[in-house]
Structure formats: C-alpha cells, structure tokens
Design a protein around this ligand. Structure first.
Ligand SMILES: Cc1ncc(CO)c(N)n1
Length: 231
C-alpha cells in the first residue's frame, strides 16, 4: 500500500491552484477589474481604453526583455523535460506579433506611441520585471511571475468574450488577442511548467515564487487602475 500523502504533498501537486485558492480575493481583483468589467458590459470610456493601449505598448517592450531573460534561465537551469524552451520561444514569437498589433491598433485609435510617457504604475511594474531579470533570481521564481502575468490577461479578456456580454465590436479583436483558446492553451502549458518546477523546489524557492505571484497581481491591479485615472 502507498503511504498516505501529507497535506503539504497534496498541495504541492498543483501549487498554483493551491495559491489561487489561498489568494482568491486578490486574484479576482486582478482578473475582474472594473476596467475589464466596463469593456465586458460595453460602458468602457474610450479615453480609458486609449490610455491602457499606450501604456501597455511600453510595458510589452519591457516584457519582451523579461521573457528573453526567462529563456536564458530555462536554458541554464531547466532539465527541460517539458519542452520549456519551445513554449517560451512560442511566447516570444507571439510578442513579436503583439508589438506590431499595438502599432496598428494605436494608429487606428489615433494614439501617438512616440508621445506616450510611462505612468508611475507602469514604471513600477517595469522596474519589477527588471529585478526579476537578475541572475540572482532563479528560473522557478521567474517563470512563476511570467505565468501569472500572462494568465491575468488571458482570464481578464476571456471574460469579455463570454456569451451574453456587451463587449463593443471594435474592442472584440483586443479581447480575442488574449482571450482566444490558443492563448489559453499557452497559459496552461506555462502553468504546467510552473507546477512541475514547484514540485521539486526548495521551501525557500517556493516562498519566493509565491511572493512573486502576489507582486504580479498587485502590479496588474495598479496597471488597470491607470486607465481609470484617465476617464
Ligand atoms: C500589464 C500587462 N500584463 C500582462 C500582459 C500580457 O502579455 C500585458 N500585455 N500587459
């Protein structure tokens, strides 16, 4: 007979779900933010949307550098039994598309990207990404943050595509970008990598990864809040 698993062992099998249960309220705060709910119910203020668009373009440029740093950590540290590098490379390819998409979208909405000044929440978030790029931060912690950053957008925008929502037709493409099934599957692959790493991680690494997740959720809420300030 197999020895019974302790509660800690059971929790570690799917650490992410354990954490999302534990930090439910802050997760919901990041994934059902009033800005997203306003897109979903069609009451979104267009100046809010444009603010978000311009700020996110700046964020994504920093994010690409962060993803490159995660790829380097994967190469150096991962046993790569899950094909981590391919998943990360796919993410980078999607970001290449995404930068072009932001440029097209900005010109469609009359947003001049060269004039955008990063707001405080954006600068804080980019600085946080930079701190994770340090070689002192290990792969498990960095990829936990990476998954969380992608998952918040996936969950948020998928919410705007559900049946019975009033998402304005000219914002559908934006919601599709992060809310589509392919992006959902990609986030799921990232989550599996994170869970696999956390199962083998030391207590210290696990603690740091949990803090990184909470930091991401807080930065995401502050990021969404910027658009509200513009209304
Ligand atoms: C602020 C923010 N979080 C997450 C993503 C997902 O790529 C993004 N584009 N911007």
């Amino acid at each position: 007979m197999q020895p019974q698993k302790t509660r800690e062992e059971v929790e570690k099998i799917n650490m992410i779900d354990t954490w999302l249960k534990k930090h439910r309220l802050i997760y919901v705060g990041a994934t059902r933010h009033p800005f997203i709910l306003s897109i979903r119910d069609g009451t979104v203020n267009l100046s809010s949307f444009k603010t978000w668009l311009g700020q996110d373009y700046i964020f994504v440029r920093a994010f690409v550098s962060f993803v490159a740093s995660v790829l380097i950590k994967a190469w150096k540290e991962s046993d790569d039994s899950g094909g981590d590098m391919e998943v990360l490379l796919g993410g980078m390819a999607a970001l290449n598309d995404e930068i072009q998409w932001f440029k097209n979208e900005a010109s469609k909405w009359g947003v001049q990207l060269s004039d955008i000044v990063p707001q405080k929440a954006n600068k804080d978030y980019c600085r946080f990404l930079e701190s994770l790029m340090s070689s002192e931060v290990n792969y498990t912690v960095a990829i936990t943050a990476f998954w969380a950053i992608e998952a918040v957008y996936q969950q948020s925008f998928a919410l705007c595509l559900e049946d019975g929502t009033n998402t304005p037709s000219d914002l559908q493409a934006t919601c599709q970008r992060w809310g589509n099934d392919g992006f959902g599957k990609y986030c799921h692959s990232l989550k599996q990598i994170v869970n696999r790493r956390l199962k083998k991680a030391s207590d210290d690494e696990i603690k740091k990864a949990e803090v990184a997740l909470l930091d991401v959720l807080e930065h995401e809420v502050n990021f969404w809040n910027m658009s509200r300030g513009a209304a």
